[in-house]
Design a binder for this molecule. Sequence first.
Ligand code: WT7
Length: 568
Amino acid sequence: MSNIGSYEGRLKNFDWSIAEKELGYNKGEAINIGWYCSDRICEMGKAGKTALIWEGLGGVARQYTFDDIRVNSNKFGAFLRSLGLKNEDRVCLFMDKIPELYIGFLGVLKIGAIAQPLFSAFGDESLHVRLDNAETTAIITQRKHVSKVRRIIEKSPYLKHVIIVDHDGKKPLKDREMTFNMEEYEEPKDFEFFPTKAETPSVLHYTSGTTGQPKGVKHVHYSLISQYLTTKWVLDLLEDDIYWCTADPGWVTGTSYGIIGPWSMGITQCVMDVGFSAENWYKFIEKHKVTMWYSAPTAIRSLMKAGDEVVKKHNLSSLRHLASVGEPLNAEAVIWSEKVFGKPFLDTYWQTETGSIMLTNFPGMKIKPGSMGKAFPGITAAVVDTKTFKPIQEVGKIGLIAFKPGWPAMMRTYWNNETTYKSKFTNGWYLPGDRAYIDLDGYFWFVGRDDDVINTGGHLVSPFEVESALLEHEAVAESAVVAKPDEVNMEVVKAFVMLNAGYEADDMLELKIMNFIRKKLSPLAMPQEIEYVKTLPKTRSGKIMRRLLHAKEWGEEIGDTSTLEDDE
Ligand code: WT7
């Protein structure tokens, strides 16, 4: 029997107070995610239970109990307070998937500060625009990433503290830098968490749109209510589970379901901070007897590519339940996983903005491979017409995914950008910007995004950000960035580039430009292909018609281009 029991049964009389009751939260009282994920679990008698099993490069491993998590996050909190940091200050976490990232995240929340996790592969430009936008006061990082901070520190006056968690005490520290060693720091006596309320901001995750700089999605402590219940009913975690979420906490899956969901339930989770290979992943599952595995379509397709033989070399019989998120999970991947693991990956759909799972396949429900399933109880979901914004009644007709606002984990705004936030709502619906249709049985099927944002391996990349960065390369006069099809990543970044006079359109330059973007933005944003062009298609008003280039890449009919122009 699964945690959710009967989906239809749960839909009847659903109320989020179910989660409030289970968490012992009463409206109006303090609610702090940091406390819920550590202290409360200890108070429930699970202080000695393993919370984190961690493995890094070269076979290094560390383990932490819930009491260790409680104590060490208090240390983080006390240290940050000693620097004068307080509630609502933004504190960036810029680390690989090391224990300090997971525990530091809770420490930041415990003092009521806003945690701003950023993917550690970001280059200095990606890092700078996000810190600048949030006016972040402190950044917690590692020695290996501090050089990126040093390159931007001069233009970051708001950034007062650069905290290095793994300093060896040898190399000299520069201006504003300091060390913090979680294991050695003295345990604070009588540490008290800041009494954050339901609507106190908790986490700021940056996400990329089509135009403009990335947007800071503001979440609040009350998001716990959705994150807890979706973890329980969709990820179906049970007391003795060993849970593995493969996502990096630099992205929302890695916080909502890689920290908050499992730990608020007191579940043991494992983390592997080693690059991807099918062999490594299967070994990890076998060694730690992983029972629940939450991953992403690109990883699953990579595993498919690695073949069935490598699966057979490992004992993966511990696996009880699998789920996926981030991009379309194709039917083949679902069918393949059922064949080799004995269980299908269940597709879940949500966003940074929604904070928790919205559409999903539930344990025990009939799975239609390729479909995103149905709405989580408490979520009113529809597919609305692109012109009237009214729910489409016709079965199978494509429109925009729409949700009635009001679930606990919904973003509260975009940081300093209320206008864009408001633009996401029409006719009483929140529109995530995706196209889909609903079948005869009420299942949702993903069709595509409604904008130019590129989803490469489950990571959103803004064509605007890449185009802006390209312009900073001396050889580039103009560019247009679109998605190009890819077997594993579904989409990868492709750039059409017009060169300045005097530059040779050759392979050497292509590599140089690619590397330039990789270092400035990130490996994800790096174009996998650069096509040199003499001109770029433009509208009468001079805007580049990305959609024309996109259609060509995907072999789609372009049709009448004058309508494309009208749309601009
Ligand atoms: C966008 C959100 C929160 C998960 C990590 C991504 C796409 C997400 C699915 C799915 C097809 C999906 C959508 C969405 N997406 N899940 N199951 N099937 N597409 O969070 O970076 O905010 O991206 O990812 O386009 O809007 P994100």
